[in-house]
Design a protein around this ligand. Structure first.
Ligand SMILES: [Fe+2]
Length: 306
């Protein structure tokens, strides 16, 4: 028999029990202008409510979470992207990359973008100096950009950024008036690229912000194995964002951001002073070399989203 005085729970937007509350919030997106937006928000609410219920979040913990996210926003600026770092240490970045970069097996795998890319890097001539003052052991890096069938990709834009021998990117130095350890090149007719820079070293991700607090609370280390970042763009190919890792690094198996792919592990060769380098020069100090081909997947046309 219907109770005419007290309506059944869940039929109005007041006095909702937990499950009905969740459903009411999900239903509140029924009028969304974009079907995709509604799909994402309904799923977010469903999982967020389930997570809070599962751990029986206390009010103090809820406030600590709000405070953590507030601090993450406050420390983020043009030079410091704490949100990307948070996404990285939670494995979210690699999950998104994995979902969105299903490629032919011959293509170079993608990995995290990281928080240290900046727009407007200097153009470096092929064979030129990309270190631009970054300290470290000289390292000559070279390779080709090719398609999955081995076809050279001339004119590809190869963007490179890396830390110096102290484990810092240029943007981490206060007052530095120029970019260093970063630049972009264009491949030659054979898809070739080459430049001098410095040998990358392992470095800790920034730990002086809320993400550092999270790692400390978890007893996790902040180290990333030595790597160089590459972003390659060329007409007719999918953009590639990746790293090349030093295969001798002790942190390859506990990367703080879960970014290592075995196919991206390379060998850096080390040479004594007086040895002839691949560009025909004879450096008067010890130096290293890396050779690595970057293989691009063909462009896939994605259907327009509703
Ligand atoms: Fe990096």
């Amino acid at each position: 028999m219907v109770n005419s005085i007290h309506p059944a729970r869940g039929t109005s937007a007041a006095d909702l029990a937990d499950a009905a509350l969740t459903q009411a919030v999900i239903d509140s997106f029924d009028g969304s202008r974009s079907a995709r937006f509604a799909e994402i928000m309904r799923s977010l609410v469903r999982h967020l409510h389930a997570f809070i219920s599962e751990v029986e979040l206390t009010e103090d913990e809820w406030f600590a979470g709000i405070d953590f996210l507030t601090r993450t926003g406050h420390i983020t600026n043009d030079q410091r992207q704490e949100w990307v770092l948070l996404s990285d240490v939670l494995g979210v970045s690699m999950l998104v990359i994995g979902l969105n970069n299903r490629k032919p097996p011959e293509a170079t795998e993608s990995t995290v973008f990281g928080p240290f890319f900046v727009e407007g890097s200097p153009h470096v001539e092929l064979g030129g100096d990309l270190a631009r003052g970054a300290v470290g052991r000289p390292c000559y890096m070279s390779g080709r950009v090719v398609g999955v069938d081995g076809t050279p990709v001339p004119g590809a834009r190869v963007e490179v950024w890396q830390s110096d021998d102290d484990g810092f990117y240029d943007v981490q130095y206060d007052g530095l008036d120029h970019m260093q350890g970063r630049g972009h090149l264009f491949t030659d007719d054979d898809g070739g690229w080459r430049f001098w820079s410095v040998l990358p070293v392992a470095y800790p991700i920034p730990t002086d912000g809320p993400v550092g607090d999270l790692l400390a609370a978890a007893g996790r280390g902040p180290m990333r194995p030595a790597h160089v970042h590459f972003m390659v763009t060329a007409d007719g190919y999918e953009r590639l964002i990746t790293h090349v890792f030093d295969g001798t690094d002790e942190h390859l198996h506990n990367d703080a951001v879960f970014g290592v792919r075995s196919s991206l592990i390379a060998t850096f060769d080390h040479h004594e002073a007086g040895t002839e380098a691949p560009d025909g020069s004879t450096p008067d100090s010890g130096f290293s070399t890396l050779e690595f081909d970057l293989v691009l997947a063909p462009k896939v046309d994605t259907p327009a989203q509703s």
